[in-house]
Ligand binder design. Structure first.
Ligand SMILES: C[S@@+](CC[C@H](N)C(=O)[O-])C[C@H]1O[C@@H](n2cnc3c(N)ncnc32)[C@H](O)[C@@H]1O
Length: 202
């Protein structure tokens, strides 16, 4: 299921007075364009040339960069808001350290992630309940998109990387992003939020 219905929740995490934002694994840029529409100067980064060229074609005032976040140069202490929507599981979780360093003082890192079931019972719930609820949610989202002028152009991205259990996400978040919170969402999705110290500029 796409993560688009979480965009309003994510937009509410942008700190007051923010001027700059980075969307990591931006895909075709739908969320990056939402951020830009609020007046932020937004960069979008994604290694997939097809999605970046589709994002550029859609415009919306975002600066797109075709790059892998793990190797790209990110300006330290620069961004007031950094988002990762359904993209962190494509890279080592420790990449959050690099993102933390790219936050301006008081900046917010928001990760909308996908956890993995941690037990056979958990997996059973996922297999039994997941598909019908997913289908129903897709139908509702598709209806909403039709009302709003149709869906964005989408391109299936290449997928690699490991999905962590929620327990692992909580443990690694506490270790690498002290003071962060991990809020479970429906169907093994989670929202990880970290706010950098107010005087963090390096
Ligand atoms: C499931 S898609 C999500 C796209 C978009 N964030 C959304 O919510 O629609 C995951 C995205 O992460 C990108 N990605 C994969 N590896 C990446 C990396 N090393 N650095 C940055 N982005 C990456 C993929 O190319 C893909 O566009």
């Amino acid at each position: 299921m796409p993560f688009n219905h979480y965009h309003p929740l994510l937009l509410r995490q942008v700190p007051g007075g923010a001027r700059t934002a980075l969307d990591v694994g931006c895909g075709t840029g739908r969320f990056a364009r939402h951020l830009a529409a609020t007046g932020l100067a937004v960069d979008g980064i994604d290694p997939d040339p097809a999605v970046i060229s589709a994002a550029r074609a859609l415009g919306g005032g975002v600066g797109y960069r075709q790059a892998d976040v793990t190797t790209a140069d990110l300006r330290e202490g620069h961004y007031d808001f950094i988002s990762c929507l359904a993209s962190l599981h494509h890279v080592p979780f420790a990449t959050v350290t690099k993102l933390r360093q790219a936050l301006a003082p008081g900046g917010v890192l928001a990760v909308l992630g996908l956890g993995k079931p941690r037990s056979a019972a958990d997996l059973g719930k996922w297999l039994v309940l997941g598909p019908p609820v997913n289908l129903a949610a897709r139908a509702i989202i598709a209806a909403g998109e039709r009302l709003n002028g149709g869906p964005d152009q989408t391109i299936a991205p290449r997928v690699r990387g490991e999905t962590m259990t929620m327990t692992e996400v909580r443990r690694e978040s506490a270790r690498l992003l002290p003071g962060s919170t991990v809020r479970p969402l429906l169907f093994w999705r989670y929202l990880l939020l970290y706010r950098g110290p107010a005087m963090n500029r390096t």
